[in-house]
Design a protein around this ligand. Structure first.
Ligand code: DGY
Length: 424
C-alpha cells in the first residue's frame, strides 16, 4: 500500500525522528517526547510497523504520574538546546523526568483506531494492557481539571491546549504577573523564524505559569484553586469527549464491563458541560474563561470539532457548516486555526491562523463520522494538497500554503500515512 514517493518520504521522516522507542516531533526544535505528538505518530507507524506504533504509546504511558496524569513533555534523554527544560519545570513527580502539565488527551482515540484497523490478538493484548492506565488518565482530567465537577474541563497553561498562542488566551493573560520571570534565553527562535513563533510577551506568561506550578509543587488541587489561568478550551473539551467515547468503545471491545457505567456517566457530564461553550451571539463554540466567567468573542477552528465529539443540535451543526463555508471564501487552504475574518488573524504565527494537519484530521474525521461527507472530503483534500506540494512542515499558511515552523515533522508525516494520502 505504501508505494508513492510521498509515502516513502513520510516513512523516512518518522524513521529519522525515531529515537528508539519514542519519536521526537522534529529534530532540533523539539528534542523530547511530546504527548499528543506521540499519539498521532502511532497512527503513522501503524501503516508500516504495527509493533512500533504500540511501542510509541507504551513509552509515553510509562511517564504517567501516580495521580494518573500523562505529562505533555517527557524528558526522556539529555537534550541540549530546549527551553524550558527539566530544571525549569522542577516537576519530578513521575517515574521519568517530565513537565508538570498535560496535553489534549487523544491517546484513547488513537488506541481505539489502532484496534479497529487491526484487531488481531497482538493488538487486543496491547490495548487491554493500556486500558486501565488510560482510564486513570481520563479520571485525572475530571479530578484535577474539573474540581467543581461541572463537566467543563479547564486548562492551566496555554501549552496544555496544545495550541500555544491562540488569540483566545490573550485576554486571560491579564491576571498573570510576569514581573518575576527574569532573563531567559529562548531556543525556539534559533530554529524557526520569530514571526512564526509566540511573542516574548506571551512567552513571559508561559514561564510565569510554569513558576506558579513550581510554587504549588505541582499539586493539582492547589493549582486548580490558585492558578491565574483557568480556562475551558473548546479543543480540549471536544477532544476529551471523543476520547471518553472511544474509551467506552474500548471497554466494550475488551470486555472491561466494570468500567462501562462509570465512563457513561462521565460522558453525560462532559456533554452537558460542553453546552456552556456555545456562544449564541457568535453561533459557535467559544473559549470560556472560568476566572472571569467571560465568553471569548473570537472563533477558532476547534468549534468544528463538535462533529468529532458527536455533540451539538442540528441547528448548531448547521451553523458550523455555514461557518466552514464562510471561511473557505476567505482563505485558499482549509482549515485555518483561527477565524480569518478576525483582526487578530496572523497568517504565519503558529496557532493564530495557520493550518495544522492533525487538527484537519480530527475535523475531517468528525465530519465523516457524522455524515457530512462532502465537507470531510474538502478538509482531507486540502490537507493532502498542502502536504504534497509543501512537504511535511509543522503547519501551513492558509493564504498561500507556505510550509511554516519546523520541517520534517513527525505528526504531519503520520497524518499523511494514516489519512491524508487517502484523499480522493
Ligand atoms: C514549545 O516549546 O513551543 C511547545 O509547544 C511547548 O509544548
Amino acid at each position: 500500500m505504501m508505494s508513492t514517493k510521498i509515502d516513502q518520504q513520510a516513512i523516512q521522516i518518522m524513521t529519522d525522528n525515531d529515537r528508539g522507542g519514542f519519536t521526537v516531533p522534529t529534530a532540533g526544535l523539539y528534542p523530547y517526547q511530546w504527548n499528543w505528538d506521540s499519539a498521532f505518530v502511532a497512527l503513522g507507524f501503524a501503516q508500516f510497523d504495527l509493533p512500533r506504533a504500540w511501542q510509541e504509546i507504551e513509552t509515553l504511558v510509562t511517564a504517567q504520574w501516580d495521580n494518573g496524569m500523562i505529562p505533555h513533555i517527557v524528558f526522556r534523554q539529555e537534550a541540549a538546546g530546549y527551553f524550558p527544560g527539566p530544571k525549569v519545570w522542577q516537576a519530578d513527580k513521575g517515574p521519568i523526568s517530565s513537565s508538570g502539565i498535560s496535553q489534549p488527551p487523544v491517546i484513547a482515540s488513537v488506541i481505539c483506531k489502532l484496534l479497529v484497523q487491526s484487531s488481531d490478538d497482538f493488538s487486543t493484548n496491547k490495548a487491554a494492557l493500556l486500558f486501565e492506565k488510560i482510564n486513570s488518565f481520563h479520571q485525572w482530567w475530571h479530578d484535577a481539571r474539573d474540581i467543581e465537577n461541572t463537566g467543563l474541563i479547564k486548562i492551566t497553561h496555554p501549552w496544555e491546549s496544545g495550541r500555544d498562542n491562540l488569540p483566545d488566551w490573550d485576554e486571560a493573560y491579564i491576571d498573570i504577573d510576569t514581573s518575576q520571570v527574569g532573563e531567559y534565553q529562548r531556543n525556539d527562535t534559533q530554529h524557526v523564524n520569530s514571526d512564526m513563533r509566540p511573542t516574548k510577551a506571551h512567552y513571559d506568561c508561559y514561564l510565569a505559569l510554569v513558576q506558579h506550578g513550581v510554587s504549588c509543587d505541582w499539586d493539582a488541587q492547589q493549582i486548580a484553586r490558585t492558578n491565574p489561568f483557568w480556562v475551558a478550551d473548546v479543543g480540549v473539551n471536544a477532544i476529551f469527549i471523543r476520547a471518553e467515547k472511544d474509551l467506552l468503545k474500548l471497554a466494550l471491545m475488551l470486555k472491561k464491563d466494570a468500567f462501562v457505567s462509570k465512563i457513561e456517566s462521565r460522558i453525560a457530564l462532559l456533554e452537558k458541560g460542553f453546552e456552556r461553550l456555545w456562544n449564541s451571539e457568535k453561533q459557535a463554540y467559544c473559549t470560556l474563561n472560568l476566572r472571569t466567567n467571560h465568553h471569548s468573542h473570537h472563533i477558532n477552528s476547534a468549534t468544528f470539532l463538535c462533529f468529532y465529539a458527536g455533540v451539538g443540535s442540528q441547528a448548531q451543526r448547521q451553523a458550523q457548516l455555514q461557518l466552514l463555508d464562510k471561511w473557505q471564501q476567505k482563505v485558499n487552504h482549509m482549515v485555518p486555526s483561527f477565524d480569518p475574518y478576525d483582526p487578530l488573524y496572523d497568517e504565519l504565527r503558529y496557532w493564530r491562523g495557520p493550518v495544522w494537519g492533525i487538527v484537519n484530521y480530527m475535523i475531517g474525521t468528525g465530519l465523516a463520522n457524522e455524515g457530512e461527507e462532502q465537507w470531510a472530503e474538502v478538509v482531507q483534500r486540502h490537507t493532502a494538497k498542502l502536504i504534497s506540494e509543501e512537504g511535511f512542515a509543522e503547519y501551513f499558511s492558509a493564504d498561500n500554503g507556505t510550509g511554516c515552523g519546523g520541517g520534517t515533522f513527525s505528526w504531519t508525516a503520520a497524518i499523511w500515512l494514516n489519512w491524508a494520502n487517502q484523499a480522493s
